[in-house]
Each structure stands twice: as C-alpha cells, then as structure tokens.
Design a protein around this ligand. Structure first.
Ligand code: NAD
Ligand code: G6P
Ligand code: MN
Length: 441
C-alpha cells in the first residue's frame, strides 16, 4: 500500500496535536511515511513538534516527524498539505473582536468587520502556502481550514484559479454531532444531510437516516425549542460562549421554520443582541488563550518535561476527523459525501455562479463533485447575495489595495449599521493591521 507524506502548515496551531493523533488512529487505512510541520514561528511550533515527536516515538515509531520553518524543506515531496494558519495569531484575533465592539458592532473571528480584517491578513498567508506547495510538490492537494474560510476560498478561486486547494469548515459537522446526539444516534455518520449556504452562513434542509427516512421533523422540533443544546455534557456546551451560541440557534431557526440554521447566522440576524451580550474587555480570543491554548501548550510542555506522552490528556476530536476523512477520500477515491466550500457554478440555480458556496459534494481522487441544490428561497438568497458581496469586495480591496472597496465591504456587512460606523471601524482596523495589510489607497 502506498504511504503518504503530509505537511501540516501552521504546525504551531492548537489543532496540530489533535490532527496528528487522528492520523495515528487511521494508520491501518491511511499509512503515513512522514509528517512535516511548517510554521513561520519556529519557537511556537517547537513545543508542539517536540511533544508530538515523543508521542510518535511511543505510538507509531515508523512515522517520521520533521518540523521546519524552511518552505523548501517543508513542502518538498508531500501528498497533502493540511493548512490551518492564523496570520497575526491570537493577539490580532483579540483586536479583530475588540475594535468593532468598541463601535458597538459584532466582534467575531470570522463574521462582520473582525472577519474582514482577518481575511485581509489571511489572503497573502494562504496564497503563499499555495505557491510553496505548487513549487515544491505540484501534484499535492491543500486541505485548508485557515479562516476566514469564505474569504480565503474566494481569494484562491480568483487569484489562484487552478490551484488544488479545498476549503472546509468543521462547524456543520460539529452541529451534526449534537443533532445526532439529540436523535439518539451514535454519530453524525449515521445521517445524510442536505445543506446549502455560504461558509458560516447556511441551512440544513433535510437530514435522513441511512435508510433514507427524514429525521427532520424531530430535528426541527428540538431546535425550535432548545437550539442545539443537548443534555449539557457535550464539550462545546462546557464553554460558556458556545453554550449561548448553541441555544441562540432557536431564535435564528424561528425565521425559517422548515430548516435548521448554522449557528453563526446569529451574528447577522441578531447583531444588537450579540453586542449587548458581549464583554468588551474579555472576548472569545481571551477565552481561547486562557482555555485551549493554555491547555494544549501546557500538555505539550508536560510531555516534553516527562519525556513521555503516556498520561497526556490531549485527545482526538471531530475537527480532525473531517480533514483526515477528506484526505482519505482523495487518496482512495472513496466518494464520500461531504460539505465543501466550492464555486457555485449552477449548483444553486438562482445564485451567482462565481460565488463560493458550502454544499454537499461527492469527493474522490479528482476532488469534489458538486450535488445539485436547485432553487433557494428569496430570504436566504437575498441574505447570501449581500454576504457574497462583502466577501468579493474584500478580495477586490486586497487585490487593488482599495480603501474604497474595503469601506464598501464593511458597510455592506449586515452586522454594521451605517457607512459612518463602517469608516470609523475601518480606520481603527487599518492602524491595528499595519504590519499585515497591503497599503490602501
Ligand atoms: P493558532 O494561532 O494556535 O495556530 C496558528 C499557527 O499558524 C500559529 O502557530 C502561527 O504561528 C501560524 N502562522 C501564522 N501565520 C503563518 C504563516 N503565514 N505561515 C505559516 N504559519 C503561520 O490558531 P488555532 O486557533 O489553532 O487555529 C488555526 C486556524 O484554524 C485558524 O485560522 C482558525 O480560524 C482555523 N480553524 C478553522 C476551522 C474551520 O472551520 N475552517 C475550525 C477550527 C480552526
Ligand atoms: C467553529 C468554526 C471555525 C472557528 C471555530 C472557532 O469550529 O467552524 O471556523 O475557527 O469555531 O472556535 P474558537 O474555539 O477558536 O473560538
Ligand atoms: Mn468554520
């Protein structure tokens, strides 16, 4: 059986150990020769790499691990690049969230002005990874989680149209796990879903069991009463901000009672509520720095200090299973049905063919084949058109270095009340992002 070489770009990410653990779990079906970690922050990456080296030595000594900040070394002779970079790291995420909030606008990693600011930083970072991959391993596929996935996907569609990059999101599968739990199923893999929208901006229109029976009446009943809350034991519900996000889906669902929504639609449909319930001094970035980042780096340091990973609390999660399933689908032509962020090109009949939409695809060795969605209702179509306009304007603003287009993008976001507020936020974001954004004229 062929063995695969994988580069994890953003090797210093809090999600790297989970992905490596998942890869180890699948070694029988998906044998690996070498895992390479690549990051532009060698020190941050080293803690993760040193801990993972110990873990690999104990659990899969045949797998080689290499960590590098040198693109040639990291991208040569690989089959897959799993990318999850965060340009500007959590320090900039914190500003993405706090600057809009200062102007009483939603402060979020991927939605609204914060997502736009992050997009302007991520575009060059991800394009650089694509270029390294094409230079050093032209046949490889990039499986990209780097956010904001909607803007990154539009940028690569437009600026690297022939590149083999597939953009994905773990939000739908995370919610599907909660839906499965509420239905009494063992996992989301017992369900088949129909879903359409943009990234972090979509709706499930049907959920069936493996025999084809619709489970949607039960799903709708639960979401209309409790959102995506379960019995409170799921990992997401243990975190206060996710707990309220999952519950708020109830109010989002009320707008279209025949479907169930992506949780992040709350930022567009209830922005006033979100701002009123945000702590301007302590946002999700602070929660993640004190939670996931401390935990992952603490566990890695403990592995290094003890010289063993035998007692580690690091675990595999759904996030990792999705990207590994995608790699397997391409490697072995499994034709798995997966939600992917792809160019619409007629799949949603009454929608911009060049929009990057999130829809079910059949994934095999040639990449994703889109399933037909057909016509979508006016409410969703109109919301999506506005949001696609934002995403396309951001990419144009990046390409042209245009202040005007970025102002238009922020003004057009449904989270922003006026052009004046948009301009005030933009001017603060420009100041904060001087080290990352192109100069705007
Ligand atoms: P993190 O800050 O812990 O890790 C990101 C790493 O990327 C850091 O080590 C950083 O040094 C590195 N990096 C930054 N710019 C780089 C560049 N230009 N080249 C190489 N490396 C670079 O962040 P995290 O919380 O672990 O998240 C990682 C990414 O995954 C983020 O973009 C996050 O939004 C994304 N994510 C996406 C989804 C999804 O649904 N698509 C889900 C989870 C996480
Ligand atoms: C979901 C989204 C991701 C996003 C993440 C944020 O999983 O799909 O795109 O990155 O939430 O999670 P965090 O724990 O970093 O706030
Ligand atoms: Mn996502």
């Amino acid at each position: 059986m062929k063995t695969f070489n994988i580069t994890i770009a953003g090797g210093g990410s809090t999600f790297t150990p989970g992905i490596i653990l998942m890869l180890l779990d699948y070694l029988d079906e998906f044998p690996i020769d070498t895992i390479k970690l690549y990051d532009n922050d060698g020190d941050r990456q080293k803690t993760i790499a040193d801990a993972c080296a110990i873990l690999l030595k104990e659990r899969a000594p045949e797998v080689r691990l290499l960590a590098s900040t040198n693109p040639e070394e990291a991208f040569t002779n690989v089959d897959f690049v799993m990318a999850h970079i965060r340009v500007g790291k959590y320090a900039m995420r914190e500003l993405d969230e706090k600057i809009p909030l200062k102007h009483r606008v939603v402060g979020q990693e991927t939605c609204g002005p914060g997502g736009i600011a992050y997009g302007m930083r991520s575009i060059p970072g991800v394009l650089e990874l694509v270029d390294y991959m094409e230079k050093y391993s032209p046949d490889a596929w990039m499986l990209n989680y780097s956010n904001p996935a909607a803007i990154v996907a539009e940028a690569t569609r437009k600026l690297r149209p022939n590149s083999k990059i597939l953009n994905i999101c773990d939000m739908p599968i995370g919610i599907e796990e909660l839906i499965a739990k509420n239905l009494g199923l063992s996992s989301r893999k017992e369900m088949e879903v129909d879903y359409y929208g943009l990234n972090h901006f979509g709706w499930w229109t049907d959920i069936r069991d493996k025999e084809g029976n619709s489970l949607m009446p039960d799903v709708i009943k639960h979401v209309s009463q409790h959102g995506y809350a379960t019995d409170g034991t799921s990992e997401l519900e243990q975190q206060e901000s996710w707990n309220s996000t999952l519950k708020k889906a109830r109010d989002v669902q009320a707008l279209d009672p025949k479907t169930v929504p992506n949780t992040y639609l709350k930022y567009y449909l209830y922005p006033d509520y979100e701002v009123a319930h945000s702590n301007k001094e302590f946002t999700r970035a602070n929660e993640v720095m004190e939670g996931r980042e401390k935990f992952v780096f603490g566990e890695c340091q403990a592995i290094i200090d003890k010289g063993t990973a035998k007692e580690t609390k690091l675990v595999i999660d759904e996030h990792a299973s999705y990207i590994v399933d995608l790699a397997k689908a391409i490697a072995f032509n499994t034709k798995e049905r997966m939600l992917m962020i792809v160019e619409n090109n007629g799949a949603i009949k009454n929608f911009d063919p060049t929009a990057m939409v999130e829809i079910p695809c059949i994934v095999g060795s040639n990449g994703p084949e889109k399933l037909v969605v057909g016509e979508i209702p006016r409410f969703q179509k109109s919301l999506m058109e506005q949001q696609v306009g934002v995403e396309k304007l951001v990419v144009e603003a990046f390409e042209e270095g245009s202040y005007q287009k970025l102002w238009q993008a922020i003004t057009l976001s449904k989270t922003v009340p006026s052009a004046k507020v948009a301009k005030d936020i933009l001017d603060d974001l420009i100041e904060a992002n001087k080290a990352f954004w192109p100069a705007l004229k």
